[in-house]
Design a protein around this ligand. Structure first.
Ligand SMILES: Cc1cc2nc3c(=O)[nH]c(=O)nc-3n(C[C@H](O)[C@H](O)[C@H](O)COP(=O)(O)O)c2cc1C
Length: 387
């Protein structure tokens, strides 16, 4: 065999071997393979392009289905439903309800879509998403870009009969140009109430002018009294959850706790938290940290855990909490659960680690529960509220 032929065979064998390794690693959702090969390539794309690609891959179910079978210890009973595991995908990833089945394939116990507004809107000008790689964080100012109620409703109205056996949350927002926020949320409840397992009233996005002032005592009382009445008028009565900003002062947290426990405007659950407008001094990134928008990921982790603890205390643990902010390990999820969260969500860690992170968090959580002698998530919820 000539030297050229030998070299050609060597190249072919190497390429063949590498392709087989890549194919098997992809199919097995191999963490190291994603971390070392796939994610570094994805991070060459602009952040919004990578986000759109990930949504497309989930929509067309290109990612392999997780091979991990949720053990009984991870199952959670909440809102009269059974969550097969406590890890959900947070709002803002699948804004338009295109990828629900694909996200379930990744192993999520629940999927929250949105935020959805009554009429479609384009959101803010691009660029509007920034990765702070060194900080494992993201800053976004998308501004509720979405297809609007009607289009999203059409996509998900039959989701339960098309093989989706998970829990579906719909996160509701208000249009940027709307002058009647309450009406925007009322419309959302009427539209999605019959098809969602829970609804989220998002008054905490920093990217819609004036939105976050709806968290103030009087506005919140007026808003929730109207929304609870609308929900109660429906045949199916989905739980109404309130998503809060981590930037509320202690007095504002106390005010929220007081309003949401009043029988006439009682909230069924809290989501803690949305992104922060703070820029902690610990941030390493210099080029993008001063971009306007909400910061998510690792730098939000402790702040959101402490807020979960505060709200669990202030409500005497009478309002269930979905914990979210900077979770990337089983330990992070466990800290939020012990601080009072019944289930948790992730977003930014998926941007950095890819789909294998879902199973990784679940497996680590199972070991932590076992180590501490808990037979189920429910037993661990809130064990550190008064620490
Ligand atoms: C790019 C991006 C878009 C988001 N869009 C929304 C949204 O439309 N509605 C919402 O309630 N939260 C939105 N969020 C906030 C997340 O749902 C979550 O509360 C926050 O990112 C903290 O979780 P994480 O640290 O795991 O990302 C968005 C977050 C990111 C990173």
């Amino acid at each position: 065999m000539s030297a050229a032929k030998k070299l050609k065979s060597l190249v072919l064998v190497t390429l063949g071997g590498y392709s087989t390794y890549a194919g098997i690693s992809f199919w097995r959702n191999d963490e190291k393979f994603y971390r070392s090969f796939i994610m570094p390539v994805i991070h060459f794309l602009p952040a919004e392009g990578a986000h759109n690609l990930a949504v497309m891959c989930s929509k067309y179910r290109i990612f392999p289905t997780s091979l991990y079978k949720d053990p009984e210890s991870l199952s959670v009973r909440l809102f009269n439903k059974t969550f097969s595991n406590p890890i959900g995908i947070a709002a803002g990833f699948d804004k338009n309800g295109e990828a629900v089945l694909g996200l379930k394939d990744l192993g999520f116990g629940f999927v929250e879509i949105g935020s959805v507004t009554p009429v479609p809107q384009p959101g803010n000008e691009k660029p509007r998403v920034f990765r702070l790689l060194e900080d494992k964080a993201v800053i976004n100012r998308y501004g509720f870009n979405n297809d609007g109620h009607d289009a999203v409703y059409e996509r998900i109205k039959n989701i339960k009969s098309s093989g989706f056996d998970g829990i579906l949350g719909v996160n509701l927002g208000k249009n940027k140009t709307s002058t009647d926020a309450i009406n925007d949320y009322v419309q959302g409840i009427k539209k999605f109430g019959p098809v969602a397992d829970y609804l989220v009233i998002n008054v905490s996005s920093p990217n819609t002018p004036g939105l976050r002032s709806l968290q103030s005592k009087e506005s919140l009382r007026e808003l929730f009294c109207a929304l609870v009445e609308t929900r109660n008028s429906l045949e199916e009565k989905p739980p109404l959850l309130l998503k809060l900003a981590p930037d509320l002062s202690f007095q504002e947290r106390k005010d929220v706790a007081e309003v949401i426990q009043k029988p006439e405007c009682k909230v069924d659950g809290l989501i803690i938290s949305n992104t922060t407008i703070e820029r902690p001094s610990s941030l390493i990134n210099v080029s993008d940290k001063n971009e306007t928008g909400g910061l998510s990921g690792e730098p939000l982790k402790q702040v959101s855990t402490e807020m979960i603890r505060d709200m669990a205390r202030l409500t005497h643990r009478s309002v269930p909490i979905i914990g979210v902010g900077g979770i990337s390990t089983g330990q992070d999820a466990y800290e939020k659960i012990k601080a009072g969260a019944s289930v948790v969500q992730i977003y930014t860690s998926l941007v950095y680690e890819g789909p294998p992170i879902v199973d990784k968090i679940k497996k680590e959580l199972v070991s932590l529960l076992k180590k501490d002698g808990f037979k189920s998530i429910n037993e661990a919820v809130g064990t550190n509220v008064f620490k």
